[in-house]
Design a protein around this ligand. Structure first.
Ligand SMILES: [Zn+2]
Length: 318
């Protein structure tokens, strides 16, 4: 695996090891926070999601009925600039309205991704994150403000999006996505944004999505650099095809020891939202089999072709 990683990352101006190092401490801390913040009973991945305009989880039964995709006159005005796009038009907008996207992780990547998905008019958006807002998050996690410190990220994010885009149905899955609740949760959606900050979660999202045949967008950031790829099961390599297995803890450095800028995560989060929009609307070319990298320090974008790994256990099983 190490040789494979080096092969893929040799062309980059940064080491693959940085990504390994970057996630370790957040993972450890997140696991500790799990014990405190997970709301009991979220094991089925849907029962506690709330109705579109509800205020607290469990307040009322929610419906995952797909939006009919019909556009009102207000919609046609609101999304005018999207509808004007060649190849997109009202049909593309209707597809977004009927689309359901799950955003896993509401940090530096998930913040811009969620904003753009909601602003673009995706009809139903699920959010999942087990953490609470920390003061040190505000430098890059633009969903939150001073008054959100100490609050549940999932609830604070949903509240922010509802106040900005009232016609979008936001479904809150409070707590972390786990092996137990993940299949039920992911199966409710058409596309997944993998915006987590630790390797365990990234591999878990991959394995669940590939197993269910659900497409998803992966992204990660480290320092001034970021990367993104999209997995469409059966159409190209998955995350495990490229990155193998969860690295050992001693091969990973704490993200607290490495700085980053919000704009780097913001750029990659926007790429992820764009992938979701392209998939739902059926336009453009997805980052399937391609790793997009962004060096914010030199404003350099690169692309590396990614092959399918014939012995990938997840792809072989699905
Ligand atoms: Zn694979």
């Amino acid at each position: 695996m190490a040789e494979k990683a080096l092969r893929f990352f040799r062309p980059f101006p940064f080491g693959f090891g940085l990504f390994y190092f970057w996630y370790s401490m957040v993972n450890l801390v997140s696991k500790c926070l799990d014990v405190v913040w997970i709301t009991p009973g979220y094991g089925n991945g849907g029962a506690h999601a709330r109705r579109p305009m509800g205020r607290f989880p469990g307040e009322a039964a929610f419906s995952m009925d797909q939006h009919d995709g019909l556009l009102s006159e207000e919609d046609r005005l609101r999304y005018q600039r999207s509808i004007l796009l060649e190849g997109f038009g009202p049909e593309g907008q209707r597809k977004l309205r009927a689309g359901r996207v799950l955003v896993v992780g509401l940090g530096g990547l998930g913040s811009p991704a969620l904003y753009y998905l909601a602003a673009a008019g995706v009809g139903t958006i699920g959010v999942v994150d087990g953490d609470r807002v920390d003061l040190s998050n505000l430098q890059r996690q633009i969903l939150y403000g001073d008054g959100d410190v100490g609050q549940s990220k999932a609830l604070a994010a949903a509240d922010r999006i509802r106040r900005c885009y009232g016609s979008v149905a936001i479904i809150v899955h409070e707590g972390r996505l786990t092996a137990e609740n993940g299949v039920g949760m992911v199966s409710l959606y058409d596309f997944v944004i993998e915006a987590t900050d630790n390797f365990e979660s990234k591999f878990l999202v991959n394995d669940i999505c590939v197993g269910l045949g659900k497409p998803f967008s992966h992204a990660a950031v480290s320092g001034y650099y970021g990367q993104a790829m999209t997995v469409v099961p059966g159409a190209g390599p998955c995350y495990r095809c490229v990155f193998g297995n969860v690295p050992s803890r001693d091969a990973v450095i704490s993200p607290d020891e490495e700085g980053t800028l919000g704009m780097v995560a913001g750029s990659l989060g926007a790429v992820q939202a764009m992938e979701a929009i392209k998939y739902l609307a059926g336009v453009g070319r997805l980052l399937v089999g391609r790793l997009f990298t962004w060096d914010g320090l030199t404003s350099t974008a690169r692309e590396v072709t990614l092959p399918v790994e014939p012995s990938c256990p997840v792809c072989l099983k699905s």
